[in-house]
Design a protein around this ligand. Structure first.
Ligand SMILES: NC(=O)c1ccc[n+]([C@@H]2O[C@H](COP(=O)([O-])OP(=O)(O)OC[C@H]3O[C@@H](n4cnc5c(N)ncnc54)[C@H](OP(=O)(O)O)[C@@H]3O)[C@@H](O)[C@H]2O)c1
Length: 352
C-alpha cells in the first residue's frame, strides 16, 4: 500500500530560500505542499509567476500569510523562510495549532535570550522555546530531531564552519590558547532577494568586502555550536560579500595540538561523518571550492596542517540556499518525521 504523504506548508515562498524549498518539496516522495505563503501584505499570485524557474512544475498559488487559512489546511509541518522578527512572532501560535515548525530564521537558534537584543535587535519573548528548540545542524542533532516540534535551522555561515570544526574541538585537536579564525565569504543571495545599498549589483560586482565585524549574528551562533558559550573571544568570525550568486567558502585557521597531521584530521572527520550523506571530506591535494558545492546539498570539508608550526587551515564549502538553508531544512524535517534523511534532496537535488 502506498504510504500517505505528509502535508507541509511553506511561508516566505517568494524568497530565495522559499523557492528552493518549493523545488525540493515538489520532488519529495513523502512530503506534499499543502500551501505556500508570503508576507501578510502580499497579493495572491501563481508560484510560477513569482519564480519562472518553476514554470510547468506547479500550479500552486502563493497567498498572503494568514494564520486562520493555515489552520484549515490539514497540514502537519510548516517551513518558515521568513525574517527573524516574523518567525519570532508566529512560531508560538503555529506550535499551539499543532504544527511542527522548521524555522530557517535565527529567531530560535540561540539558547541565551540575553543575546537577542544585541545581535537581533529585539527582546526574546519565549526563552522557554529557546530551551526546547532543537538546533538543527543535522549531522550533530540526529538523536534530538526525531519527533522534534520546533527546529531552528542553522545559519549558513555557522553550517560552513561548525561541520568541519566542531568534531576537531571535541577531539581535542584544536589548541585552546589561540582563537579560531573564521574567514568566510558568501555569494549575494545570502542577503535575500531585496536589494540594499550594500548588496545591489554595482556595489558588489568586481569587489570583495568584509562586513559586520565583531557584531554579526552568526558569531554567537558559532561560539554556541563549539560549546564556547560566554567565551566568544575564542572565535573571530569575519564575513565577506563575494560577487557571485550563491555559495560560501569558510577558511578557518587554528593551531593544532602537538603531533596532529592532516591525515589524522581526515580520519576524525571520516569517522564522525561516515553515515552522513551530505558531508564530503576532500583530500589535501584537492581542497573544497565553492563551485563543487554550489547547487548541491553537500558541505565539503578539507584541511592542511603545517607540521613545523602546527598551524592548521580547514575549509568548509556549501551552497548557502541549500545546505545553508533549504536542503538542511528538508534533512531536518525528514528526520523529525522518521523518513530517510536524503528523501527529496538527492540525487535529484541540482539547482535550477
Ligand atoms: N539567503 C540565505 O542564504 C539564507 C540562508 C540561511 C538562512 N536564511 C534565513 O532564511 C530566511 C529567509 O531568507 P531569504 O534569504 O530566503 O529571504 P528573502 O529572499 O528576502 O525572502 C523573504 C521572504 O519572507 C517574506 N517576508 C518578508 N517580510 C515579511 C514579513 N514582515 N512578514 C512575513 N513574511 C515576510 C517575503 O515575502 P514578500 O515577498 O511578500 O515580502 C519572502 O517570501 C531569513 O530569516 C534568513 O535569515 C537565509
Amino acid at each position: 500500500m502506498k504510504s500517505r504523504r505528509v502535508r507541509a506548508i511553506i511561508a516566505g515562498a517568494t524568497g530565495y530560500s522559499g523557492r528552493e524549498l518549493i523545488r525540493l518539496l515538489l520532488q519529495h516522495p513523502r512530503l506534499e505542499i499543502a500551501g505556500v505563503f508570503a508576507s501578510r501584505s502580499s497579493e495572491a499570485q501563481p508560484v510560477a509567476a513569482i519564480h519562472p524557474q518553476l514554470t510547468g512544475l506547479t500550479d500552486l498559488e502563493c497567498r498572503p500569510f494568514d494564520e486562520r487559512e493555515i489552520g484549515q489546511l490539514d497540514a502537519q509541518l510548516i517551513f518558515l523562510a521568513t525574517p527573524n522578527e516574523f518567525s519570532h512572532e508566529v512560531v508560538p501560535g503555529l506550535l499551539e495549532a499543532g504544527l511542527t515548525v522548521v524555522d530557517l530564521s535565527g529567531a530560535f537558534r540561540l539558547r541565551r535570550p540575553d543575546e537577542y537584543p544585541h545581535y537581533y535587535g529585539f527582546e526574546h519573548s519565549r526563552p522557554d522555546l529557546l530551551r526546547t528548540a532543537v538546533y538543527g545542524l543535522t549531522e550533530f542533532a540526529r538523536d534530538s530531531l526525531h519527533q522534534a516540534r520546533l527546529i531552528a535551522n542553522p545559519g549558513c555561515y555557522p553550517t560552513s564552519v561548525l561541520i568541519p570544526v566542531a568534531p576537531l574541538v571535541e577531539a581535542g585537536i584544536v589548541e585552546p590558547d589561540q582563537p579560531i579564525i573564521c574567514d568566510s565569504k558568501s555569494g549575494v543571495t545570502g542577503a535575500g532577494k531585496t536589494p540594499t545599498n550594500n548588496t545591489h549589483f554595482s556595489e558588489v560586482t568586481e569587489s570583495l568586502k568584509a562586513y559586520s565585524l565583531f557584531r554579526h549574528r552568526h558569531s554567537p551562533e558559532i561560539a554556541q555550536g563549539l560549546s564556547f558559550d560566554g567565551l566568544q573571544s575564542r572565535v573571530v568570525f569575519t564575513p565577506h560579500l563575494l560577487p557571485i550568486n550563491r555559495g560560501i567558502l569558510s577558511t578557518i585557521y587554528f593551531k593544532a595540538a602537538p603531533g596532529v597531521s592532516s591525515q589524522e584530521i581526515a580520519r576524525v572527520w571520516q569517522s564522525q561523518f561516515s553515515r552522513c550523506p551530505f558531508v564530503r571530506v576532500f583530500p589535501e591535494e584537492r581542497l573544497p571550492e565553492i563551485k563543487f558545492a554550489a547547487n548541491t546539498p553537500f558541505c565539503d570539508i578539507g584541511c592542511v596542517v603545517d607540521s613545523d608550526s602546527r598551524q592548521a587551515i580547514a575549509f568548509g564549502a556549501i551552497d548557502n540556499l541549500l545546505k545553508g538553508a533549504a536542503s538542511q531544512a528538508v534533512q531536518n524535517a525528514n528526520l523529525a518525521l522518521g523518513f530517510n534523511e536524503a528523501d527529496g534532496i538527492w540525487p535529484h537535488g541540482a539547482g535550477l
